[in-house]
Design a protein around this ligand. Structure first.
Ligand SMILES: Cc1cc2nc3c(=O)[nH]c(=O)nc-3n(C[C@H](O)[C@H](O)[C@H](O)COP(=O)(O)O)c2cc1C
Ligand SMILES: CCCCC(=O)C(=O)O
Length: 354
């Protein structure tokens, strides 16, 4: 099925028309005044490219690797809770789309489908995102399941000691249907039989999480660990000291409003990391040129969250494929128009500085 959307913005508009008000509030919304939600996108437009001419670009190659895993192009899907709010195949459809395109999905802890189902749908092409629970035994069991099922990495989200204040979902809360089982969420505590809304998840998260827990996590698994939500060179340094890779993100503006954007934080982090670990980035990526800019400034790959959910809402697996295909095609064209042939040609000289 060919979908009519020419770009991710058109997909976003179309999805807004089909999502329930609560799902829309949950997906689109950010924290407080949503300054950071807007800044994430605006930051890309503000960077200007320095294209080179008269380079033979009759063949471009956008393939790469992340943690040794081959990717057809340097774009993956960031972890998002609750894909089942918009499509019955939920994370299985998203994972299939990503794997089918030579990309990868990061499965959220807060998923409708089990990590084993996703492993079956996308063997070798998925990572597992971990929210560390107050109950470390539940977290330890999840890590063991993820490792046994063949996750390529453990992505530990570290910017969410508490959920940010998302006013759109305070006004229009997400209600999770009674009887819904979320297979990675662990046993319910007494008095929490109903997964009514997100406050239940919030209560599972451990605000006491600290670097000593990262050392504990590092000892629990052989999997590569990626810390998601870092925004400073200082924390990137600590991540490396703990044997971890770095995912630069402000959580799509959903946590700390007015936090620095991942794109702005990237240069200091790339300097601190200096090639000793891999660096990923998310937040506001909507165009192939956005991908190009993040890679030029030092990211090994970028991830998209909302655009994948819009694809899922519009057309299930086909819709997620459409999201990824648009980004891949735009990236190939942008690379060629910049006079670059492959991903390894990208560096800071691509970005104009006044
Ligand atoms: C609906 C929704 C659910 C999310 N759920 C998770 C999650 O479960 N775990 C996580 O680490 N990040 C989660 N995120 C954050 C994304 O992984 C990502 O950091 C952020 O959305 C930025 O990407 P985007 O601008 O492409 O949406 C979620 C984001 C959205 C929009
Ligand atoms: C407690 C669920 C959190 C999911 C999440 O990370 C988000 O909505 O941004």
């Amino acid at each position: 099925m060919a979908l009519p959307y020419l770009n991710l913005r058109e997909m976003e508009e179309a999805a807004a028309a089909v999502l329930s008000p609560a799902a829309l509030a949950y997906y689109v919304g950010g924290a407080n005044d949503e300054v950071t939600v807007r800044a994430n996108r605006d930051g890309y437009a503000a960077l200007k490219l320095r294209p080179r001419m008269l380079v033979d670009v009759s063949q471009v190659d956008v393939s790469t690797t992340v943690l040794g895993m081959p990717l057809a192009f340097p774009v993956g899907i960031a972890p998002c809770a609750l894909h089942g709010l918009v499509h019955p195949d939920a994370e299985v459809a998203t994972a299939r789309a990503a794997a089918g395109m030579g990309s990868l999905m990061t499965l959220s802890t807060m998923s409708h489908r089990s990590l084993e189902d996703v492993a079956h749908a996308a063997p070798g092409q998925w990572w597992f995102q971990l929210y560390v629970y107050r109950d470390r035994e539940v977290s330890r069991a999840l890590i063991q399941r993820a490792e046994a099922a063949g996750a390529g990495a453990l992505v530990v989200t570290v910017d969410t000691p508490y959920l940010g204040r998302r006013e759109a979902i305070i006004r229009t809360p997400v209600h999770i249907a009674p009887g819904t089982v979320l297979p990675n969420v662990g046993p319910r505590r007494a008095g929490s039989e109903h997964l009514d809304d997100l406050s239940y998840f919030d209560s599972l998260l451990d605000p006491g999480l600290s670097w000593s827990d990262v050392a504990w996590l590092r000892a629990q698994t052989e999997l590569p660990i990626v810390l998601k939500g870092l925004l400073t060179a200082e924390d990137a340094d600590l991540a490396m000291q703990h044997g971890c890779h770095v995912w630069v993100s402000n959580h799509g503006g959903r946590q700390l409003d007015t936090a620095v954007t991942a794109l702005d934080a990237l240069p200091e982090i790339a300097d601190a990391v200096a090639g000793r670990a891999e660096i990923y980035l998310d937040g506001g990526v909507m165009r192939g040129t956005d991908v190009l800019k993040a890679l030029a400034l030092g990211a090994n790959a970028v991830f998209v969250a909302r655009p994948a959910l819009y694809g899922l809402a519009l057309a299930g697996e086909t819709g997620v494929r459409h999201t990824l295909a648009l980004l891949r095609e735009e990236l190939c064209l942008a690379l060629a128009l910049c006079g670059r042939v492959r991903i390894s040609d990208l560096g800071p000289d691509l970005i104009f500085r006044r």
